[in-house]
Design a protein around this ligand. Structure first.
Ligand code: ATP
Ligand code: MG
Length: 743
């Protein structure tokens, strides 16, 4: 932290930590009694106000550390607060109630578990277990899971929980027509099943605690006695159940201080309700509202660019934001146009190296992406350059579950004797192969000293399996034979994509309604794209093995790579914001699902991104992205046009693509169109690894086709070179067009 005579208060006798605040911040810190709302733009010191307020509470002996409840959004803020408090105490702070909503609630719930029919040792279920349990409950109720996928109910249950609605509070108006109006009953059955098993799902942590505080005045009074002060960061992203919990706890002393910024509300898809800000003033009449208007984080151009962008949103609460920094005239925001995502990764890599050479620490540099799959290109580049990095709030690309699964499929494809890989995928997606089937397979393998794949084949032939499991396993083994045979003809990229589809793996995620599923599918597409960068399957597999190996165990200086969502509250000297292209950012899914509201949330996300930067923000857009070995062109994000010109310096690098035999589409000319990203195939030059095994004439809807495995059918839709076919003797499927013949 900097020296801090930025705004010395009159009199000068204030403790050092107060001297480091401006007048409004000081007001927010020193107004200790009664409800307080700090509503202010990015980088105005809201989090600093919260940490200082905690310190001030202790210094003025208003509270002991354990009497302050603080809800923070990032681990960094929690750590800072803990350090600050420890420094004041002169010893490590213990027994602090400091953390995320869920962590705090879990801790409280352990003390009162019996009030909701659990014991204090209850298990917190992960999503997989939740889903399994929900399916059991639905099965027991005789629900046709094909007609009513469990994911739909799961999402509904989550929505109810986010809004603090236990089964007995679901009103007819809240009910849905899911499963013929049985959603509420199934929800009740699921909750009762959880109780029997002494389990709570994630949403239960909040829901149960709210129910307990509502229904047990003596418990509530107890917590009121304990928590004299409540501090809440990133208040704009609380959902209803979190709000209810806070309101209940704050009723006692009414010393609740919430800080937030309506322009940074980016979690509506997780149930966050911006209305909670408006509700605050109603529920806590006479609440003091403090506005902070000086931004201490970013240079003038960065702030100007971010403010200009967010001004395009309607329905804002409205705030003034000016720079509070002395070095206000910093670098303009760079907007760099590039040929493709690889070149984008190269540009970022070069600038990072240059920054390192001029003495910047990696810890002060971040790459913030809109979608998880985007990290792959940067990770590969950073590894090549030997730049240590961490993926904050997530896994490195090749460590993600779906990528490990896909890798396992390819390993079996390349090397049928890879038992570990085969074991990973043989029952993923579920093929009805339980423990018994697996044991039999292993017994055969051990007895005959053969690989598992061969043992599996023997198991199928020998009649050791029956019914669906036998069919499914047999189909998988035949699949591998077919895909392997297709390799020389179709090439590894096409075969890999086909394999993931035909094995049912892609469908597994398509049918998954969890919020992560679409991101996983995007990762799989990116995986295929990565594959296309290699001449052979073996080359790719070796590359990934080596990449996985370079897991530096150093705690040294590292660059941060993360999604924009994970970057909230953080700051860096230099921030890269790649992939500002229509469809990717703003993300097409957000707009399809949320319309104009979705677009505004995307814009807030862009605002969050820009305002993470202290000194330099580098935004970029690639004109092309490779998809399944083909090119699709992109339109630059409309957000680029919304950045005020006076704060932006535009740079192009089309020259770098000169030696390529590809026609540069003029996507950067008619910029700013409102069209969604539209894929378009471009004939690529000889440097492209995977030539497209094209049909002379592209297939069209209505064409009758023949597929070696699925037989005759009719094309129902065409998505680049992937085609949906309504087969006559088999379920409708999506297949690669190269596997189809015109019939
Ligand atoms: P965000 O909306 O992104 O969460 P914030 O409002 O919480 O931002 P902080 O992270 O608290 O802002 O502060 C932004 C930066 O400005 C930090 O580096 C902080 O140390 C610095 N800062 C805050 N107040 C002052 C001040 N009065 N003088 C100097 N620097 C300050
Ligand atoms: Mg903050």
């Amino acid at each position: 932290m900097s020296g801090g005579m930025e705004a010395s208060p009159a009199g000068g006798a204030a403790p050092d930590y107060l001297a480091r605040l401006n007048a409004e911040q000081r007001e927010a810190v020193e107004s200790l009694d009664g409800p307080l709302l700090v509503l202010a733009g990015a980088g105005t010191g809201k989090t600093r106000v919260l940490t200082t307020r905690f310190a001030h509470l202790l210094m003025t002996q208003r509270a002991f550390p354990g009497q302050v409840l603080s809800v923070t959004f990032t681990n960094k803020a929690a750590r800072e607060m803990r350090e600050r408090v420890s420094a004041i105490l002169g010893r490590p702070a213990e027994g602090l109630w400091l953390g995320t909503f869920h962590a705090l609630c879990a801790r409280m719930l352990r003390r009162h578990a019996e009030l909701v029919g659990l014991t204090s040792g209850f298990t917190i279920l992960d999503t997989d277990d939740q889903m399994r349990l929900l399916k059991q409950v639905m099965d027991a109720a005789g629900i046709d899971l094909k007609r009513w996928p469990a994911q739909g109910l799961m999402a509904q249950v989550q929505r109810w929980k986010d809004r603090g609605i236990a089964p007995d509070r679901v009103t007819p108006a809240e009910d849905t027509d899911y499963a013929g109006g049985r959603a509420r009953a199934l929800y009740a059955a699921y909750q009762s099943r959880l109780r029997d098993l002494n389990c709570a799902d994630f949403g239960d942590l909040m829901l149960h605690m709210v129910e307990i505080l509502r229904g047990h005045p003596e418990v509530l009074a107890d917590w009121h006695r304990r928590f004299r002060y409540i501090l809440v960061d990133e208040y704009q992203d609380t959902n209803l159940v979190q709000y209810l919990w806070l309101r209940l706890l704050a009723q006692g002393h009414r010393n609740i201080c919430c800080v937030g910024d309506d322009d940074q509300s980016i979690y509506s898809w997780r149930g966050a309700e911006i209305e909670n800000i408006l509700r605050f003033e109603k529920d806590f009449p006479n609440a003091r509202v403090v506005r902070l208007e000086s931004n201490y984080r970013s240079t003038k151009p960065i702030l100007g660019a971010a403010s200009g962008l967010i001004a395009h949103n309607s329905g804002r609460l409205g705030k003034t934001l000016r720079t509070g920094r002395n070095d206000a005239d910093g670098d303009k925001v760079r907007v760099v146009s590039l040929w493709d995502s690889e070149e984008e990764a190269r540009m970022v890599g070069e600038r990072i190296e240059a920054a390192q050479r001029s003495g910047h620490k990696l810890a002060e540099i971040a790459i913030l992406v809109r979608a998880g799959f985007q990290t792959r290109a940067f990770e590969e580049r950073l590894i090549t350059l030997g730049v240590p990095y961490r993926v904050v709030g997530g896994l490195k690309f090749y460590e993600r579950a779906e990528i490990r699964d896909a890798m396992a499929y390819l390993r079996v494809l390349a090397q049928p004797a890879d038992d570990l890989a085969f074991e990973r995928i043989v029952n993923t997606p579920k093929r009805g192969l339980g423990d018994t089937a697996m044991r039999k397979m292993h017994e055969i393998a051990r007895a005959e000293r053969i690989p598992l794949t061969m043992a599996a084949a023997k198991l199928v032939q020998g009649g050791g399996l029956a019914g669906k499991a036998k069919m499914a396993l047999s189909e998988l083994l035949h699949g591998f034979a077919r895909w392997r045979e297709g390799l020389p003809r179709e090439g590894h990229v096409v075969v890999a994509a086909t394999l993931l589809d035909e094995s049912g793996y892609t469908d597994m995620w398509k049918h998954d309604k969890s919020p992560e599923a679409p991101g996983r599918l995007d990762n799989l597409k990116e995986f295929i794209r990565a594959l296309g960068e290699f001449e052979t399957l073996a080359g790719f597999l070796e590359h990934v093995a080596l990449v996985m190996e370079t897991d530096e165990n150093s705690n040294g200086d590292r660059l941060s790579l993360m999604t924009l969502h994970a970057a909230k509250g953080l700051e860096f000297d230099m921030v890269f914001l790649p992939g500002w292209e229509e469809g990717l950012f703003p993300h097409s899914r957000a707009m399809e699902e949320g319309g104009e509201k979705g677009l505004e949330e995307e814009r807030r996300l862009a605002y969050v991104g820009l305002t993470r930067a202290r000194k330099q923000a580098i935004v970029s857009a690639a004109a092309n992205r490779r998809i399944y070995g083909n090119w699709s062109s992109s339109i630059p994000s409309r957000f680029l046009d919304e950045l005020p010109a006076e704060h932006v310096q535009r740079e192009g690098s089309t020259g770098m693509a000169r030696n390529r035999v590809v026609d540069m589409p003029s996507v950067f000319t008619g910029a700013g169109g409102l069209m969604a990203r539209k894929p378009r195939t471009i004939e690529a030059g000889a440097w492209e690894v995977q030539a497209r095994p094209a049909h002379a004439e592209p297939l069209q809807v209505g064409d009758r086709v023949f597929h070696k495995k699925f037989g005759y059918g009719t094309v129902t839709s065409v998505d680049d070179n992937r085609v949906d076919v309504d087969f006559e003797k088999s379920d409708p499927k999506r297949v690669m067009d190269s596997f189809l013949e015109r019939a």
